[in-house]
Design a protein. Structure first.
Length: 374
């Protein structure tokens, strides 16, 4: 099947270069003499041919919801003409199909065209990523992982809005978790023994004046309201729901943009998401042997403006040189994501043997120096 896919992709590329509209279905063969004849005719009649855009169809739903994906770039705006749609009726025209990993039941009916897997969720909560048979059907990966074909974490470039001055921050530690993953919840519970934490989320909630995750107020959604509230706190707990390689989400962006120093429980690859002057912008939980030692350090910083403000220097200095970093290229891409995928398809840059599984061990209490209920 994979050999056929690669052969058909090569044929598509040749025909497209010739300006020939095509539909490839099933187990087909093409007489190469016809192709060469077409090539000759094409050289004579180039003015009559137009380049057809590479078409990517977002085939699946997104967390069970039908989404509308409609984009297009002319050649020049993108290295190749590129179009994105979600219209299943155009299946026979497609050069690639996108499937969301949390909607794995919705796959195309044909494998004569490359499949592109999309995920911003880690393997602990996305079983399809651990399924070898499922993964082997896909040829490109757009993922939160910085080592994927098309890195696309939910973590966006932080904003440079000046932080609330040290002496005007009335709160100490802000938290708002909706997923009460056992280890991070227990760590926060133990941290609360030694230092004040205001928890606005479902987990160990002790503050009520923030809308629910699905809510909104004054035209702003939960994430916008959460970021605004965090501005008045010196620290924000950024405990990701697992420690999988490269898993970093937008919690980090919210805290950094708010100017509330992130206290991060995460993958040990966190530094790859903190280029340039951002390298010194966070406090890593893994650098402390216990919640008490972390609490002691946070209390020290909360009474030492000079040391505290070192974590916010990037707000005034900027990122510095982040060129050549994967996350920097993601934040400031030369071309849009789908354009990049069209280029890869046009060049035949696919995983001919399918994708490898992505595995991750669920977080354990001992990983973070704690035991349950102590």
């Amino acid at each position: 099947m994979l050999t056929l896919l690669v052969r058909q992709l090569e044929i598509k590329m040749v025909l497209r270069q010739l300006g020939i509209n095509y539909i490839l279905r099933g187990n087909i063969s093409i007489d190469t003499s016809i192709v060469m004849k077409s090539k000759t005719e094409n050289l004579i009649n180039t003015s009559e041919n137009q380049t057809k855009a590479w078409l990517i169809i977002f085939w699946s739903t997104y967390f069970g919801r039908k989404i509308r994906e409609e984009y297009s770039w002319k050649e020049g705006e993108c290295p190749v003409a590129c179009e994105v749609a979600a219209d299943h009726s155009r299946e026979r025209e497609a050069d690639g199909f996108v499937v969301h990993a949390r909607d794995p039941h919705m796959i195309p009916s044909t494998h004569s065209t490359p499949w592109i897997l999309f995920t911003r969720e880690n393997p602990v909560y996305t079983p399809a990523l651990r399924n070898a048979n499922f993964m082997s059907k896909f040829n490109l990966l757009r993922s939160y992982r910085l080592d994927s074909d098309f890195p696309d974490p939910a973590y966006r470039m932080p904003g440079f809005t000046p932080p609330v001055p040290f002496k005007e921050k009335s709160g100490l530690i802000f938290a708002a978790f909706s997923n009460c993953e056992p280890v991070r919840t227990e760590y926060m519970r133990q941290l609360m023994k030694f230092v004040q934490v205001h928890s606005y989320g479902r987990c160990l909630k002790n503050k009520n004046d923030l809308v629910a995750r699905s809510g909104s107020a004054n035209g702003k959604d939960f994430k916008q309201l959460k970021t605004e509230k965090a501005k008045t706190y010196k620290f924000t707990l950024v405990f990701f729901n697992q420690d999988c390689d490269y898993f970093v989400d937008d919690q980090l962006n919210h805290a950094l943009s708010a100017g509330s120093v992130p206290v991060v429980m995460s993958t040990d690859k966190l530094d790859e998401f903190l280029p340039g002057n951002l390298r010194n912008s966070v406090i890593k939980v893994r650098n402390f042997k216990s919640p008490k030692l972390l609490a002691d350090y946070l209390k020290f910083l909360s009474n030492n403006e000079t040391e505290y403000n070192k974590y916010l220097e990037w707000k005034w200095k900027g990122f510095g040189n982040i060129s050549g970093t994967v996350i920097g290229n993601h934040w400031m891409p030369k071309y849009p994501m789908y354009c990049q995928i069209c280029v890869a398809l046009s060049e035949g840059r696919i995983h001919k043997d399918g994708l490898k599984t992505d595995t991750c061990k669920a977080r354990a209490f001992q990983d973070w120096g704690i035991t349950r209920g102590t």
